[in-house]
Design a protein around this ligand. Structure first.
Ligand SMILES: Nc1ncnc2c1ncn2[C@@H]1O[C@H](COP(=O)(O)OP(=O)(O)OP(=O)(O)O)[C@@H](O)[C@H]1O
Ligand SMILES: [Mg+2]
Length: 363
């Protein structure tokens, strides 16, 4: 008979559990004190873990990752996982750990924060701010960045649909955990109201909702936080500039802007709220009717360049008018995820790379 395998130790199991991440909080369950007990009997291991809330939507994910990690240890034959729920005190301790310091301030607000904050703005509505936001966010995530998107369009939120994400966020002791899709953490009023319901809020409530998104949502260590602004951005931009003084602006325009003075207004807007402009993106720049055909400049030409000159920032890219972009948004799969090799997706990746400092293309 073969020599009996030595039984696994408690320390070995605990070590293995260090690699199990809470799928929402993105931290080790050991570090978060979610492992309550480990019992070992020969090759049988039982792990008692504590969830933050009883209705945790991702409990199966946690069970699976605990089982997989522990089962891979030599000497383990069976793994049992039992999930309990944290007490109020345990939850408070966890939140305090995620948000150290006075008033449990969001790490985003710390002057030492390394998160890059970009508000996506335009001088008029419907030019593609939300489309640009979700596609650049997904492109950055694909490049390995940890990315968050704040849907600051409280009345006309469109980010949840464009990213194909719905549901209600988990709230742990008043700390809101963003939902996640395509590697992008997302917060939107759309997750707080019922489908089809309109948001009828006055100015102060709008301001409060936004500051909540910026300060009370647990974004974690995000590299980039993109903020999709509503059309006619005055108030909202001001709130953002006040709450996050490090925020910069990325301005979206159509090629037509030269003729309409919209470019000028966009530039003035950035000036007024005192945000730096990192770049300009021209959207709906041209249409290619069939592969290899000459581009058609449906909305004219030159708006992006003109605006870039005016705000003294680089033109980071020109995005074609492409039905695939609209279809991607409509079915919740951004073109940068659904067809990453298409010509349109490549432009979004170029813009993302330019934002990462990997060389700015020459417009
Ligand atoms: N390059 C593009 N090609 C095809 N369709 C596009 C393109 N950019 C945006 N669209 C479509 O145009 C519409 C408006 O875009 P989007 O909602 O992104 O604009 P917006 O600036 O966020 O609008 P609002 O000011 O209302 O927030 C959407 O239906 C979107 O799918
Ligand atoms: Mg929008």
């Amino acid at each position: 008979m073969a020599a009996r395998q030595l039984a696994v130790t408690r320390d070995q199991v605990l070590e293995a559990l260090r690699d199990v991440m809470d799928p929402e909080l993105h931290r080790s369950i050991v570090e978060l004190n979610m492992v309550k007990d480990i019992a070992i009997r020969g090759g049988d291991v039982r792990v008692d873990a504590l969830l933050t809330i009883s209705g945790c939507p991702l409990r199966e994910t946690i069970i699976d990752s605990i089982k997989t990690k522990v089962a891979s240890l030599p000497g383990v034959e069976r793994v049992d996982v039992h999930l309990g729920v944290m007490t109020q005190e345990q939850r408070q301790a966890l939140v305090a750990q995620l948000r150290p310091g006075p008033q449990r301030q969001s790490p985003l607000l710390a002057p030492t924060s390394k998160t890059r904050i970009l508000a996506i703005a335009s001088g008029k509505g419907g030019v593609g701010k939300s489309t640009v936001t979700v596609n650049i966010a997904a492109a950055l995530a694909r490049r390995g960045r940890t990315v968050g998107v704040v849907d600051a369009d409280v009345y006309g939120f469109s980010v949840p649909k464009m990213l194909g994400v719905s549901g209600h966020p988990t709230i742990i002791d008043q700390m809101i955990i963003p939902l996640e899709r395509w590697g992008v953490r997302v917060m939107s009023i759309g997750f707080m109201v019922n489908e089809g319901e309109a948001v009828i809020w006055r100015g102060p409530m709008l301001h409060k909702a936004l500051t909540t998104f910026l300060t009370e949502v647990h974004w974690g260590e995000v590299d980039d936080l993109l903020i999709d602004l509503p059309p006619g951005t005055g108030d909202v931009s001001l709130t953002i500039a006040q709450t996050l003084p490090r925020a910069e602006m990325l301005i979206v325009t159509t090629p037509q802007s030269t003729a309409t003075g919209v470019a000028y207004r966009s530039g003035k807007m950035a000036e007024k709220v005192n945000m730096g402009v990192v770049g300009v993106v021209e959207n709906m720049s041209y249409f290619v009717p069939s592969p290899g055909a000459e581009p058609v400049y449906i909305f004219g030409r030159g708006g992006g360049e003109e605006l870039a000159r005016m705000v003294d920032a680089p033109l980071l890219g020109r995005i074609p008018l492409d039905p695939a972009i609209r279809e991607g948004s409509d079915r919740g799969v951004p073109v940068t995820i659904g067809s990453p090799d298409s010509a349109s997706a490549r432009v979004f990746f170029e813009i993302a790379d330019a934002l990462l400092g990997a060389g700015v293309p020459n417009g």
